[in-house]
Write a protein that binds this ligand. Structure first.
Ligand SMILES: Cc1cc2nc3c(=O)[nH]c(=O)nc-3n(C[C@H](O)[C@H](O)[C@H](O)COP(=O)(O)OP(=O)(O)OC[C@H]3O[C@@H](n4cnc5c(N)ncnc54)[C@H](O)[C@@H]3O)c2cc1C
Length: 486
């Protein structure tokens, strides 16, 4: 490709900004990033309260976040944030010691004498985790590479986490199993208990329930190495918030994102003509990191922050057919000021609320700043499952009330003497776009990958790999490597 090609990038979140960075690194400098809001970062959103930034979107990374590390180097950013820690509670506020592995590891005998049932269970769980790790590395070799190219056909191609980001390629028919829901996959490999551990950073962080999400997504994100970093709380955070990573990246790019860009229309032919804020701009190529979902009657896109793709792009029949299969998670966060003497000592997971029967309940409450009682606590809840609540999405306002009530039950009482009864900020998102097992197994990803480059169009962002910072940025890296020659 001609290095002077004029490239439009739609979206100034991690995927769009990192695509620009990797393009620049290869000498493609003639790009424009269009961002529809008044800030960059997308779901890495870190507002300020009393002089400190808190997190409404992405919070953490792990040492195997290689692409995020590329950005840190490029933009001069350090993961210098507060240390994360967590504990567990039952929904009624009692402490939950079932996964209190720190105590068990410090003194196994003492732990056994105090909690014999938990000790026996933890031993079984540890054995299954070990076995699961071995099975993933051998039977499912190639499971942890970037993106989903070939997986449904029993192949792999991309950057492997387990091999310290080496590009790898090969065939492994067992990988076809990754299209089944994660609960079925765990049962098939004889390790059903591992779900208790994988669920904690998965469902609680809005990525849906294990009976409906294909194992491929769960394991692209929580590959064995990443999962062990979560277990050992070996996590990265950023003092100025995850948004600051992308603000700093944006400031270092040759062309900062154009904010408040309203893309009205895109027409593709020999060239790509974009109507933005009333003016026409002509490009050679377009990279789309905005939501690709096309709405249908059965699967409407009734989301306050996402537009259906066909409202601004001249979608082809093939794009319409494939992108109408995408669904997303209804996952929103609230920042709540709590009564000063109820400010939690750490963050808490409420694992019993991470099941479809408890849809709409508080799954995690996150305390970012230790001892800073003038800082908000952030709440996380899901509002949709294919069968719970008759398959109907729970109402946004109704869920807010449930979550506030749950906060009281677990003892992080909202401070109703503050404005808005303590509710400081709300963040509604278009979260974790994905397809379901049937479409995954039928080769959805291979069909979309085969469209890359057609009509001068490339697709990136969360749906192409997974909805976390590193998978999205690593996919942008992979895309640039594959299609934009040195
Ligand atoms: C509550 C929460 C917790 C999370 N926790 C973590 C975590 O701890 N670790 C982690 O790694 N990840 C986490 N994530 C996920 C991570 O934030 C996302 O996966 C990542 O931001 C995705 O990047 P993206 O660029 O693909 O999409 P986004 O971040 O959604 O960015 C897309 C951008 O495109 C813009 N846009 C959309 N449509 C248009 C259009 N038509 N025209 C122009 N611009 C458009 C949007 O405004 C946005 O800025 C979390 C997210 C949330 C919400």
């Amino acid at each position: 490709m001609d290095k002077n090609s004029r490239i439009a990038i739609i979206g100034g979140g991690p995927a769009g900004l990192s695509a620009a960075m990797y393009l620049e690194m290869k000498g493609y400098e003639n790009y424009v990033i269009y961002e529809k809001t008044d800030h960059v970062g997308g779901k890495c959103h870190s507002p300020v309260c009393n002089g400190k930034r808190y997190e409404m979107g992405a919070i953490m990374g792990v040492p195997s976040y290689y692409a995020v590390h590329d950005i840190e180097k490029f933009a001069g950013v350090e993961h210098d944030g507060p240390k994360l820690n967590r504990n567990y509670k039952y929904p009624d506020g009692r402490p939950d010691y079932r996964w209190d592995t720190a105590d068990a590891m410090k003194s196994p005998l003492k732990f056994f004498l105090k909690h014999p049932k938990s000790a026996i269970h933890l031993k079984k769980l540890a054995a299954q985790i070990k076995k699961f790790g071995e099975i993933l590395e051998t039977t499912y070799k190639g499971y942890d590479v970037t993106g989903h190219i070939g997986v449904a056909q029993g192949k792999y191609k991309g950057y492997a986490v387990s091999e310290a980001r080496e590009p790898v390629e090969g065939e492994n028919p067992n990988l076809k199993d990754l299209s089944m829901p994660f609960n079925k996959f765990c049962e098939k490999v004889g390790c059903p208990l591992v779900q208790e551990v994988w669920i904690q950073p998965f469902t609680s962080f809005g990525y849906g329930y294990f009976d409906e999400i294909p194992a491929a997504y769960v394991l692209k994100y929580l590959d064995f190495q990443t999962m062990m970093n979560f277990v050992n709380v070996n996590l990265w955070t950023w003092k100025d918030g995850t948004q600051s990573i992308y603000e700093r990246l944006n400031a270092k790019l040759k062309h900062a994102a154009l904010l408040n860009s309203n893309i009205e229309k895109v027409v593709r032919g020999e060239k790509v003509t974009i109507t933005v804020n009333g003016a026409e701009e002509v490009f050679d190529k377009i990279i789309i990191t905005a939501p690709l979902q096309v709405a249908t009657e059965k699967n409407p896109l009734d989301n306050p922050v996402a537009k259906t793709l066909d409202s601004w792009l001249d979608v082809t029949a093939e794009e319409r057919e494939l992108f109408s299969k995408i669904d997303y998670e209804r996952y929103d966060t609230m920042a709540v000021m709590v009564e000063k003497d109820k400010y939690p000592d750490v963050s808490y997971y409420i694992v019993d609320n991470m099941v479809p029967e408890r849809l709409g309940h508080l799954m995690v409450y996150y305390r970012r700043w230790e001892g800073e009682t003038d800082q908000p606590i952030v709440t996380y809840a899901l509002r949709h499952h294919k069968t719970a609540n008759g398959g109907k999405e729970l109402g946004y306002e109704e869920t807010k009330k449930t979550v506030m009530e749950d906060m009281r039950k677990v003892g992080a009482t909202p401070d109703v003497t503050k404005a808005n009864n303590g509710l400081l900020y709300e963040f509604q998102t278009y979260y974790f776009p994905h397809v379901y097992s049937e479409d995954y197994a039928a080769g959805w990803y291979d069909k979309v990958e085969a469209m890359q480059g057609k009509n001068n169009t490339y697709y990136a962002g969360e749906i192409m790999s997974f909805g976390d910072m590193d998978e999205t940025c690593e996919y942008s890296h992979d895309l640039v490597e594959r299609f934009f020659a040195d």
